[in-house]
Write a protein that binds this ligand. Structure first.
Ligand code: NAG
Ligand code: NAG
Length: 230
């Protein structure tokens, strides 16, 4: 409609119309082969728009699948650190037991944890890597995992010993646990492809001697990042 009117306007007020419109008009008006080309273009534009809508719908579905559902929640509820000291050869001797709860709050999504790798870092350096048993988590359930980091690892760094001394006198060590996951969602009978989310837990862990520690460990909620590539 508006194009036709523009055409009419062009016919009546030719000189006052800007040149850009003029050229558009002459293409639109041409009969025969030009008109056919025009419908081809419209057909192509229609197909493009249709395809775009389908893709947007698909993208939205995937987006909904990942984001709209409630996020899975990770908490470290308890930590027992019975050994965390350096021997004279700069080896860190450690024994850290954690209670990790994973809550799937979704009514319709189950989660396959196909791979659970847990890494423990101190002052930006990894000192232990373990893998936990894969499992399936049903709708609206909470699972408790018990990662245990124990052993010794050579750690060297410029600020490492001074930070360690500081934290030793405070009685609390700042330890970071990261989870590198490979998961799939289950929606009805549909199983999605793999996702590789990362979970990061910044912990403040008191040293416990004979099962007692001066400071009580406080439950820590972990950050989860679905899209970070490993
Ligand atoms: C942590 O796990 C251990 C071993 O399963 C258990 O004895 C302890 O009660 C748990 N702590 C909390 C706070 O759930
Ligand atoms: C670390 O400390 C514990 C006691 O807290 C001690 O038994 C152990 O020998 C120490 N280890 C090293 C390597 O110093």
């Amino acid at each position: 409609m508006s194009e036709k009117q523009a055409g009419l306007n062009g016919a009546y007020y030719g000189p006052s119309i800007p040149p850009k419109r003029d050229s558009y008009q002459s293409v639109g008006r041409g009969g025969g082969p030009l008109g056919c080309c025009c419908s081809c273009i419209f057909g192509l534009v229609f197909k493009l728009i249709f395809t775009a809508i389908v893709f947007m719908g698909l993208a939205f579905f995937v987006f909904w699948l990942i984001v709209k559902p409630n996020r899975v929640k990770f908490h470290v509820t308890d930590a027992t650190l019975t050994q965390f000291n350096f021997s004279s050869d700069s080896n860190l001797h450690y024994n850290l037991a954690l209670n990790l709860t994973i809550r799937n709050p979704n009514k319709k999504l189950g989660i396959y944890y196909d791979r659970i790798e847990a890494r423990a870092n101190y002052e930006g350096q990894r000192f232990s890597t373990i893998t936990l048993t894969p499992f399936y988590q049903g709708h609206k359930t909470t699972n408790v995992l018990n990662p245990l980091f124990t052993g010794q690892q050579l750690l060297v760094g410029s600020n490492l010993q001074s930070e360690y001394q500081k934290q030793t006198s405070a009685g609390v060590y700042e330890i970071e646990m990261k989870l590198y996951l490979r998961i799939r969602f289950k929606f009805g009978r549909i199983k999605t492809g793999k996702f590789k989310p990362r979970v990061e837990c910044d912990l403040k862990v008191p040293l416990s001697t004979n099962g007692n520690s001066a400071t009580i460990f406080e439950t820590k909620r972990c950050k989860i990042d679905y899209f970070k590539a490993i």
